[in-house]
Design a protein around this ligand. Sequence first.
Ligand code: PDD
Length: 291
Amino acid sequence: VAYNTFLNGDFIDISQATVSVLDRGFLFGDSIYEVFPIFNGTTFGTQEHLERLNNSLNAIHLKNPLSGLQLGRIFQELLRETNVETGVIYLQITRGAPAVRSYRVPQQSPPTVLITVMPAPEQTNNTLTAVTLDDQRWQQCHIKTTTLLPNVLAKYTAEQEEADEAIYIRDGYALEGTSSNLFIVIKGSVVTPPLTQNILPGITRKFLLQVLRDQNIPHIEREIKKKELLKADEIWLASSSRDFTPVTILNNKPVGTGKAGPLYEAAYEAFQAFKIDACTEVTADTNELVS
Ligand code: PDD
């Protein structure tokens, strides 16, 4: 029988994967997650995602129950079994399911570990529409926690306004999307907000900056005023589930020409080449995990 999921030591199908109602992920959102992109049948940026996973775990005082070696083997097993070429591996670790509901952080509570392969949806748009929205999230957006109600509500508001995404504004500055990092083009230069506790340190963001550097495309990490966002020539949103995508309509107005811009096209092509290169090195990457 085919399986696509690892739950607490067992390989099963996602439809069979269940957790206790006492699970702290369910009761408190006491849980973190990570999303590893799958490209050409292998995970891409594995080390970077594992590093961020460990940072998230440290931030909530939870020990990683699995070594890099164990995770690497689980990934390989799931990828072999599902043969998924494009998609993501979703990983979630919660603080387990102690017998009593209590805010206190339990000393002895085996974490719940879920790892599942999600194939990419058949069709996704090549461009996005977005609206700006006040950032209602907390002060530690650099932690990749599953406590995502503010993001869900922002996405709901965006949909009510017939937009695909919301771009968060805090204190007059544009930060990121509900599940993506923000890049804009002004005066021929790519700008992305610096890493602070107000945004997630995206791995796609990191690789995209590397590609811009390699391609000598002018770019800078600095704060973006809402005013600058509203008059940007190009806007891109970057995430592991879809590389990066141009926003062609913001607040019901066209961005630049209303089409994917020239810097987007140049960066996108270079990014695809970068991914192919990175994935040919993946065997070495995985060996590193396993050794
Ligand atoms: N989201 N910012 C936020 C708030 C995010 O949730 C994400 C990713 C990113 C982009 O990070 P990365 O490039 O490492 O995927 C930025 C994932 C894909 C999700 O929640 O499904």
